[in-house]
Design a protein around this ligand. Structure first.
Ligand code: LLP
Length: 427
């Protein structure tokens, strides 16, 4: 469920975010603009937490994957209801801290942490550093000792399962760059427990993103349980099991992902009888995707005499990269739907390459130049992946709460854009 609904406006039905019509935001802030719903963010987090605790998983650490939506106001909204943060860079640690996420709820993942990033994480006192390889274990052990600290670490395992979904976002096969094998995990865990600079507290996995079937997760989680049991049988202490993120969000064109309650029940079933363990999760998309939309304006309807009808928007692939990068589907809704027969459009942006196509042959209600549309399910990996390609200004972000809204990342000016560069001495 989300909080983007048609409401009755003075001129007919119109799309609103909670109590604020999207057209009102577009008028105040301009387009394109990302709009997020606080109520949806909070709801998705609490639905997941209640499902997990309801299934008997005590006090889970739910660390929102900051990469999905790093906006500090979004993080602050989630931190206020108890979310931690799953981070993959010093920048993301700094964002989580700026949002008030307590360090003991921050999990630091990622295959290539630099020495400076490890030192920063240790200075911060993050809950756990997820190690993805033997060289990384050596690095963290060394940096921690230099700092007179002992790093709390987990070993990330690659469970070698096929998660389904797009190849570019699948992470859990042996050929992917993430994590170590089960055999390696046992060896590294035992080694780590004898090192002065690290204290291994658990194991972690994450098999992919936009997963719509529980079976591959269940297969991976069973293997993870086996690993915990083997480590414990060797006399090693395992206090935390991090099961990653990956649960899909509905994009309204395909299989509905499993309900959080079914996900939680599957975990409770798979882990039944495993005691004295804290579960950690790293959900991104299922919390943020349907909590955000990208509102854009129709610049032209370019109806070719040969038949194709191009809807040219003021948003482009630099603002929402997912269709160009993963052939992703985003539902497109008119902000003020007109009466009339649907037409078939190719929806494109103004960037000078063919990849700047959001969708082809999409049936939409009739649209005219000046109309507003909303790309739905754009709250995760939307603004997060935007760029200034074609020297287009980064899209602003707006957060709605009830009948209030606030610009939480303003649209930069062209002077701001140019001020980030400097000349070379010989120019
Ligand atoms: N934990 C780790 C270690 C991850 O690598 C990821 C996502 C997550 C958690 C969060 O996964 P989620 O719950 O959001 O599925 N840009 C792509 C998605 C890339 C996901 C990368 N890793 C897209 O737009 O579909």
């Amino acid at each position: 469920m989300n909080h983007f609904e048609l409401v009755q406006g003075s001129g007919g039905p119109e799309l609103a975010c909670e109590g604020v019509p999207l057209a009102k935001i577009a008028e105040a802030v301009g387009t394109p603009v990302y709009v997020y719903s606080s109520a949806t963010l909070e709801r998705h987090f609490t639905v997941l937490r209640d499902a997990l605790t309801g299934a008997g998983l005590k006090d889970p650490l739910i660390a929102f994957a900051v990469k999905a939506n790093p906006n500090v106001a979004v993080l602050r909204t989630l931190a206020a209801v108890g979310a931690g943060a799953d981070v993959v860079s010093e920048g993301e640690i700094r964002r989580a801290l700026a949002a008030g996420v307590p360090p003991d709820r921050i999990v630091f993942s990622g295959v290539g942490k630099t020495e400076a990033e490890v030192a920063f994480a240790l200075e911060t006192g993050v809950a756990e550093i997820n190690l993805e390889s033997e060289p990384e274990l050596a690095l963290v052990n060394r940096v921690a000792q230099q700092m007179g600290k002992r790093a709390t670490v987990a070993i990330r395992v690659n469970p070698d399962v096929e998660a389904g979904g797009h190849a570019k976002i699948s992470t859990g096969k042996a050929e992917n760059k993430f994590g170590v094998s089960f055999g390696e995990a046992e060896r590294l865990y035992a080694n780590a427990s004898n090192m002065a600079g690290v204290r291994p507290v658990g194991v972690a996995c994450h098999i992919g993103s936009q997963i719509t079937d529980l079976a591959p997760m269940e297969a991976a989680f069973k293997k993870m349980r086996g690993l915990v049991e083997r480590l414990r049988a060797e006399g090693l202490s395992v206090e935390r099991l991090d099961l990653g993120g990956g649960l899909g969000a509905p994009y309204f064109n395909s299989a509905t992902p499993p309900a959080p309650a079914d996900y939680a029940a599957m975990i409770a079933r798979t882990m039944a009888g495993l005691t004295d363990i804290q579960f950690a999760f790293e959900p991104g998309r299922m919390i943020a995707a349907n909590a955000g939309v990208l509102v854009a304006k129709v610049l032209h309807v370019n109806a070719r005499p040969e038949g194709r009808k191009f809807l040219v928007l003021d948003a482009a692939m630099n603002d929402l990269l997912r269709p160009a990068m993963y052939d992703a589907f985003h539902d497109i809704r008119p902000v003020k739907p007109r009466e009339g027969d649907p037409a078939t459009y190719d929806v494109v942006g103004p960037i000078c390459e063919t990849g700047d196509t959001f969708t082809r042959d999409r049936a939409l209600p009739p649209l005219e130049a000046g109309d507003l549309i909303a790309f739905m399910t754009a709250g995760a990996y939307g603004a997060a992946m935007s760029s200034e390609y074609n020297s287009r200004l980064l899209v602003p972000e707006v957060l709605v709460k009830g009948d209030q809204f606030a610009v939480v990342r303003p649209r930069p000016t062209y002077d701001d854009m140019l001020a980030k560069e400097q000349s070379a001495p010989w120019l």
